[in-house]
Design a protein around this ligand. Structure first.
Ligand code: GDP
Length: 302
């Protein structure tokens, strides 16, 4: 329901499709598909995906596989759902068997990283998972305090930097070592998110990843990038940059309860092949949900 209301603007932009398809006939196909492509573009699907979707619909119409407006609409929804779940990538967390599993959470400031980390801790704890948090955003003074509040709210233990000069990789090393010694199931690592165009942030993230792998070879098990669902196509650029540097294994889309913009998510998943694992639908403890492609598609197309 929250996603449905968050996507009201996207749905409004795409509502024109229903009208177009209501009066569709074979002779009118080109005009209808041009307008459909326009509606997808306006809804942030991006040119590549919009053309890809429309071309596949055209092929199926000309091959006689789609014979009515309703069938075209269903095929459209199916193709978006398939794009969102393509390449068979798992949308569940892949934590492996070795304890502790390490999850690094990355993303630009303001996107909802700390909040998502807190909500994820709550989810895991509800499943009986023993969680240790690591305050790896040593750059922003308030970040550790904010994470401490979440640790308290969720009843999680937390490792924070002792002293101003301690850098993120040391905090994470300490946390992962403690996680190993004290038999935690999952170590959740926060990281810095100052502007992604700042190269030293990327260097720091690489150092963080290496520091974790030094304690547990093969870790981190997941590198989850938090993307603000209201940012539109800028989201694609952010995902490209983080993925290139640290190798993102999953996405958390936040603020889908606000005025979220749905189309670009399809572009990110399709271009980078990174699955969406969770969606944020509010600021409360229970407002992080597993990604459901079907519900997502039903929320953007009425
Ligand atoms: P960070 O800088 O990336 O760590 O971002 P924060 O976790 O501090 O979040 C920035 C703001 O977005 C805060 O006011 C959060 O409460 C809010 N926020 C985060 N996730 C969501 C969400 O899913 N829905 C809504 N409505 N607000 C969110």
């Amino acid at each position: 329901e929250k996603i449905f209301s968050g996507f009201s603007k996207t749905r409004e932009n795409l509502a024109v499709i229903d009208e177009l398809l209501l009066y569709w006939n074979l002779a009118d196909t080109d005009r209808v598909l041009d307008e459909l492509e326009e509606a997808l573009l306006v809804s942030d699907f991006g040119p590549k995906i919009s053309v890809k979707i429309v071309d596949s619909l055209r092929d199926d119409i000309l091959a006689g596989k789609l014979k009515s407006g309703n069938e075209i609409k269903d095929a459209l929804k199916r193709s978006v759902r398939d794009l969102l779940t393509s390449k068979g990538k798992k949308t569940e967390l892949q934590l492996g068997f070795r304890k502790p599993a390490v999850i690094m959470v990355v993303g630009v400031n303001g996107g909802g990283k700390t909040t998502s980390l807190g909500k994820l801790a709550h989810r895991l704890k509800k499943e009986g998972v023993k969680v240790l948090m690591a305050a790896g955003d040593t750059f922003r003074a308030a970040a550790s305090e904010q994470l401490e509040v979440w640790a308290e709210r969720t009843g999680s233990e937390i490792v924070i930097a002792e002293g101003e000069k301690i850098k993120a990789p040391s905090v994470l090393t300490q946390a992962v070592k403690r996680g190993k010694e004290q038999r935690y199931d999952v170590v959740l690592c926060d990281t810095s998110g100052r502007l992604h165009t700042n190269y030293s942030l990327m260097e720091e993230l690489v150092s963080c990843k290496k520091a974790i792998a030094k304690v547990i070879p093969g870790a981190p098990n997941e590198i989850l990038q938090v993307l603000d669902g209201t940012t539109g196509l800028n989201m694609l650029q952010q995902a490209r940059e983080f993925n290139e540097v640290v190798g993102v294994t999953g996405l958390i889309l936040t603020k889908l309860d606000g005025s979220a913009r749905g189309g670009c998510v399809v572009s990110v998943v399709d271009e980078l092949g990174i699955p969406v694992k969770f969606v944020g639908v509010g600021e409360g403890l229970d407002d992080l949900q597993p990604f459901d492609a079907e519900a997502f598609v039903n929320a953007i197309f009425s």
